[in-house]
Ligand binder design. Structure first.
Ligand code: HEC
Length: 210
């Protein structure tokens, strides 16, 4: 027969175990909740986050994605009046670069960011300046953000890609952006680069090596 002391000890132990179990269950539940939310917003692990009215939220963290290229169309080569006189810095997440290099197309949910940076304080009319490395163009301030998102269902009419602009001006950029029309954006990409998944991979050495 157990003594009163042993019983009391058992009781305390049970209570302790129950409390631990309850704690573990609640921690697990919290993780489950966080997980569900992340999937709910992103859908299939994409970083694209849409509002209920279809507007895309401003991407974050993209400056640390893979930097695939920087086309430059300066004023000096466009009669002093380039539409986009800045560098066009293009970023793609590493997992989507890897997939493209394997398959030749980007996975559903891929986000491509093109951020404009002005040329640094020009001292010549063509927008250039001289630095110890020579006369040329150097990166100045951030000045605009265009984004494409691959979602074959949502953007079925434009070869599976949605086009968004968060402004052509210094930061801060718009917090959200509505899809742009075919005439404003997708049409030009559809006419020229439909065969390379709507993306100008010929200008990005890493991707065109595919
Ligand atoms: C007249 C043709 C044309 C139009 C219109 C156009 N683009 Fe592009 N886009 C290009 C070219 C050419 C490049 C690559 C070279 C460069 O950046 O100068 C490019 C590159 C991009 C990139 C980098 C990824 C890629 O596809 O290579 C994004 C993102 C992008 N455009 C978004 C947009 C958005 C958003 C709009 C509408 C606001 C738009 N584009 C309108 C021609 C166009």
């Amino acid at each position: 027969m157990p003594t009163w002391n042993t019983l009391k000890g058992d009781g305390t132990m049970k209570g302790y175990l129950l409390a631990t179990l309850a704690g573990l269950v609640s921690i697990a539940a919290t993780f489950a909740l966080v997980e569900t939310r992340a999937i709910g917003i992103n859908g299939s692990g994409s970083t694209a986050a849409f509002e209920s009215d279809g507007k895309l939220k401003l991407p974050t963290g993209y400056r640390r994605w893979v930097f695939v290229g920087a086309p430059l169309t300066p004023n000096g080569l466009n009669n002093g009046n380039a539409g986009f006189p800045e560098y066009h810095h293009v970023y793609v997440e590493e997992k989507n670069v890897d997939a493209y290099l394997k398959t030749g197309s980007f996975p559903e949910g891929t986000v491509i960011v093109k951020e404009l940076t002005r040329v640094l304080s020009p001292t010549f009319p063509d927008g250039s300046r001289t630095e110890p490395s020579g006369r040329g163009y150097f990166n100045g301030a951030y000045n605009g953000l265009d984004v494409t998102v691959k979602d074959s269902k949502r953007f079925a009419k434009t070869n599976g890609w949605g086009f968004f602009t968060f402004g052509h001006h210094p930061e801060p950029y718009a917090a959200t952006a509505a899809e742009k029309s075919v005439a404003e954006c997708a049409g030009c990409h559809m006419a020229s680069v439909a065969k390379t998944d709507m993306t100008w991979v010929q200008f990005y050495p890493l991707l065109r090596s595919k």
